[in-house]
Ligand binder design. Structure first.
Ligand code: ADP
Length: 481
């Protein structure tokens, strides 16, 4: 079985969030169970050296406005197909934004081209490798199933995965012609979305199977409160839609071998976490002798993540003797809010604005609890890392957070199965109550350790999810998985 994944992010090459983690780890897990997998990525500036040394499968003089090559390359245990098109991707800044933080004005063309190249490959128009199935991720790859379906001839099946419905990939209707899509596709049962085109909707309408990254988010997406205007389309495709939980890369995230930790540890040597805790406190300029737990936050700073609520909950957290270390960047208002809180509470709240992968690892290994008060969370990865690292997740009961954390309520504690704390609704009183419950448990070493070891025993790897995807592929290809 040969599967082409199409995405705009892939760890370790390019990542702005969980999508990159998934497309970096899932192909490896699929390869282990016999699915030959390749990942097609835009040839961003950081990928050009790899593209230069790769094997050209196809070259165009004019592909969406400039020369382009489709290059096969192998790196970091992944088989890659890089769309090397300097006029589209050889730029400074992130994958979607200019260095000034604005969307590139030609993002429709940039990701339309990626989707077109993927569809061409899947249609067998490129010598060298033809997949049996195309798996597109999020809006950036949403046109790939559309190009396939609208081609009209025989074609392989496609799967489309929603990692976050909040990004519809919406552009003016004039792009329909420019991207080589038929006018007929600009319709309510096509890719029209509130008087524009939505690449995400294209994926939802034209792919043969739809998935999202947790069972609870799959249910939530059928509802008006979560569907962001796509709930109608999703309900229409309900029979083809399911949730498959993400896993984590057990090699990159392993407290027994993690080079970013001050001290490695396992479930049986949790006492060694103290060194990571001390290192985290020091990195954030926090007092070494907090009486309460050290809470951490590792997050994009957006409204989605509920961090505005957390700012309001800080007085309670401080009153309980806890400390807080925050790593993240995003909304200017939130950044300012946390920086101001740190300034007003030296030694108790520390903030790093920015993106720092090794620091994120250290915080998981040194924090006592991680706060994730998301308003919605398709799957969430930080709570999975936290479970693996013995950092208790304190999470909103939504999406993948609801599916992966077992609330340590009295029944769960009696049965010895709790792994963290959930709260609902996502509002200040419930968040404060969850902080209180966490601080209450902090005084019982034995129970705290029980929750840590329960979490560390959870299976958060990719094996189970990879098998679920393989079963979906098998269904579509009419084969036994
Ligand atoms: P989302 O994809 O919505 O941002 P996830 O929890 O699914 O949320 O994934 C976030 C990923 O990004 C995790 O791997 C997390 O560790 C990482 N991350 C988020 N912010 C930072 C940061 N400032 N520094 C380092 N890693 C971060």
């Amino acid at each position: 079985m040969k599967v082409l994944h199409v995405a705009s992010e892939c760890v370790p090459f390019v990542k702005t969030g969980g999508l990159g983690d998934v497309t970096g780890a899932l192909p490896r897990a699929l390869a282990e169970i016999g699915v030959e997998t390749r990942v097609m990525l835009p040839g961003y500036r950081a990928l050009r050296p790899l593209a230069k040394n790769g094997r050209t499968l196809r070259a165009h003089d004019d592909f969406f406005g400039g020369p382009a090559r489709l290059v096969e390359a192998r790196a970091e245990g992944l088989e890659l197909l890089i769309l090397d098109a300097p006029h589209l991707y050889d730029r400074p800044g992130g994958p979607y934004l200019s260095p000034k933080g604005r969307d590139w004005p030609d993002n429709a063309r940039r990701f339309g081209a990626l989707s077109r190249a993927a569809a061409d490959l899947a249609l067998g128009r490129v010598e060298g490798w033809t997949p049996d199935l195309l798996h597109a991720h999020d809006w950036q790859a949403g046109l790939a199933p559309a190009y396939l379906a609208l081609d009209g001839g025989p074609r392989p099946p496609s799967v489309f995965t929603i990692h976050n419905i909040a990004f519809p990939g919406r552009f003016p209707p004039s792009w329909v012609g420019e991207l080589g899509l038929p006018d007929s596709a600009y319709a309510i049962d096509g890719l029209e979305y509130y008087h524009g085109v939505s690449f995400l909707k294209a994926g939802l309408v034209y792919a043969d199977r739809l998935t999202t990254v947790s069972p609870t988010y799959a249910r939530e997406l059928t509802l008006h409160e979560y569907g962001m205007g796509m709930e109608g389309v999703i309900n229409a495709r309900r029979r083809d839609f399911s949730g498959v939980l993400n896993g984590v890369d057990l090699t990159a995230w392993n407290p027994e071998t993690d080079p970013a930790l001050a001290r490695s540890y396992s479930r049986r040597s949790l006492g060694r976490r103290a060194e990571n805790r001390a290192a985290t406190l020091e990195r954030f300029g926090l007092a070494p002798d907090l009486s309460g737990p050290l809470f951490v936050i590792i997050s994009r700073m957006t409204r989605q993540k509920g961090l505005d609520l957390l700012l309001d909950a800080l007085p309670r957290l401080l009153a309980r003797g806890a400390g807080l270390a925050v790593l993240g960047s995003g909304d200017a208002g939130l950044e300012t809010g946390f920086l101001a809180a740190a300034e007003a509470n030296p030694g108790r709240i520390g903030v790093r604005i920015g993106y720092d992968e090794p620091l994120a690892h250290l915080m998981q290994g040194g924090g006592d609890a991680i706060l994730i008060p998301s308003r919605f969370e398709p799957c969430g990865l930080t709570q999975l890392y936290a479970l693996r690292y013995g950092c208790l997740p304190v999470v909103a009961r939504t999406g993948g957070l609801a599916d992966t954390v077992i609330d340590a309520n009295p029944a769960a504690r009696a049965a010895g199965v709790g792994t963290g704390f959930q709260f609902s609704p996502v509002a200040l009183p419930a968040l404060v109550a969850a902080i209180d419950r966490t601080c209450d448990l902090w005084s019982s070493r034995e129970e705290w350790t029980r929750l840590q070891t329960n979490g560390m025993a959870q299976d958060v790897g990719w094996a189970r999810s990879a098998a679920a995807y393989k079963a979906i592929y098998g269904d579509l290809l009419g084969r036994d998985a």
